[in-house]
Design a binder for this molecule. Structure first.
Ligand code: HEC
Length: 147
């Protein structure tokens, strides 16, 4: 009897989950948000052609401290690799993902479509705007050294 009740509540919560997922209303995003992500970065970031090694070094330290535990050299079921990320995503998008991963996962169409593929979702780790910018510089340097 108890087992039946447990099963029933499991099934009910399953359907509840599905119906909640279906109820998400289509978010109204600006053109900037669709291309560059949703978050605190709302304007294009100035990036010069020359890579700033000091900034990249700072970015690497932050990345090794906070990100590498999930983001490895290769894609995994924990998280995608960051190799070549800037070929697919703009610097502003990458920064918004770092600074607002929860909002991005909930509302950005590029994320809501792929959510199921990973064990975890990306947490916000109190990274500052300047450190997010430094991480972008580190990605630029890493890709230029190892394309
Ligand atoms: C607990 C694991 C975890 C940590 C820590 C983490 N991430 Fe992620 N990250 C993910 C997962 C999972 C995804 C993909 C799924 C998603 O949308 O949430 C992701 C996605 C991303 C993306 C988008 C990739 C793409 O192809 O669009 C970027 C950029 C990113 N992470 C950068 C970072 C940076 C930089 C840090 C460190 C400040 C970091 N992540 C820390 C798990 C993590």
């Amino acid at each position: 009897m108890i087992r039946q009740i447990t099963n029933l509540s499991l099934i009910t919560s399953f359907f509840l989950l599905i119906s909640c997922a279906g109820e998400k209303s289509a978010p109204q995003l600006s053109e900037f948000e669709i291309e560059h992500g949703i978050g605190p970065v709302t304007e294009e970031v100035q990036i010069s052609d020359e890579i700033d090694p000091e900034l990249a070094d700072r970015g690497e330290q932050v990345f090794r401290g906070l990100c590498v535990m999930c983001h490895n050299e290769v894609d995994s079921s924990i998280a995608p690799s960051m190799k070549g990320i800037l070929d697919n995503r703009s610097p502003e998008y990458v920064m918004n993902m770092i600074l607002n991963p929860v909002g991005m996962s909930r509302r950005h169409p590029s994320r809501t479509n792929q959510q199921e593929s990973y064990f975890t979702s990306m947490p916000f780790q109190s990274v500052s705007l300047d450190d997010a910018r430094a991480i972008v510089e580190y990605f630029r340097l890493a890709d230029s050294e190892n394309p």
